[in-house]
Design a protein around this ligand. Structure first.
Ligand SMILES: Nc1nc2c(ncn2[C@@H]2O[C@H](COP(=O)(O)OP(=O)(O)OP(=O)(O)O)[C@@H](O)[C@H]2O)c(=O)[nH]1
Ligand SMILES: [Mg+2]
Length: 215
């Protein structure tokens, strides 16, 4: 495992160097299956597609369904099928980077394979990880799966529209997040109903602009 992670880290460093040279921000989106990564991308592309030059890497075990959902935006999308693998690694990212014209992009969003554990162990060369978690999974997920929530630059708590139908307690979730990582923003969203999306769009737009303007 140590060897695998070391090799992954070396390749991730190469990817990060290349993206930095081209001033392309890479965001690694991680959640358990079904928390809403693709829906978040649909909403985010709907808003930011005209403001930034966006590319997508879709990580999926076997189908091209998520990639197809994003096709309507007419942006470069590369699909990686892991053929059973439960996470993306930096080698797979490095192999597909030349499918993009990096000088024509501001940001690449990577949708990782749905899994709350393994993807957080593998650096892809991204600028940062985003943790997406949904209210239907229970309010205890940060406490039970802390690694992702420690590593992430922001947490997107999705499906707040479902709270009345669950036993999700915002106070419990917030208290656990405070203990695990008090320094990152937590956005409360409903990607279907639209709650909270304005604040998310503003935050991610600032990160992209900041990276474009870096010396
Ligand atoms: N009620 C509700 N449903 C949502 C919300 N966001 C997404 N969904 C639904 O949740 C289901 C899963 O959403 P996806 O966006 O496909 O989730 P995902 O994380 O991309 O799933 P995988 O790629 O399979 O890991 C879909 O039926 C969405 O319509 C939300 O904010 N509220
Ligand atoms: Mg998806």
């Amino acid at each position: 495992m140590r060897n695998i992670l070391d090799r992954n880290q070396n390749r991730a460093n190469e990817v990060r160097r290349l993206l930095a040279e081209e001033k392309v921000l890479m965001v690694n989106i991680i959640s358990s299956p079904g928390a809403g990564k693709t829906t978040l991308l649909e909403r985010t592309l709907g808003e930011l597609n005209t403001k930034f030059r966006i590319g997508i890497i879709e990580g999926d075990i076997t189908t091209d369904r998520d990639a197809r959902r994003l096709q309507k935006f007419n942006i470069p999308i590369t699909l990686i099928n892991t053929e059973g693998g439960c996470h993306l690694d930096s080698h797979s990212i490095s192999k597909v980077l030349d499918t993009f014209s990096l000088k024509d992009l501001d940001v690449i969003f990577v949708e990782n394979v749905g899994n709350l554990v393994c993807p957080s162990q593998f650096d892809l060369g991204e600028n940062f990880k985003l943790a997406v978690v949904s209210t239907a999974e229970g309010d205890d997920k940060p406490a039970k799966y802390p690694m992702l929530f420690r590593e992430a630059r922001a947490v997107l708590l999705n499906k707040v529209d479902l709270i009345p139908y669950t036993n999700f307690r915002m106070l419990n979730f917030r208290k656990d997040m405070e203990k695990i990582n008090r320094n990152i923003p937590v956005f409360e969203l409903s990607c279907t109903r639209g709650d909270g999306l304005g604040a998310w769009f503003e935050w991610i737009s600032s990160r992209i602009t900041e990276n474009c303007n870096r010396e």
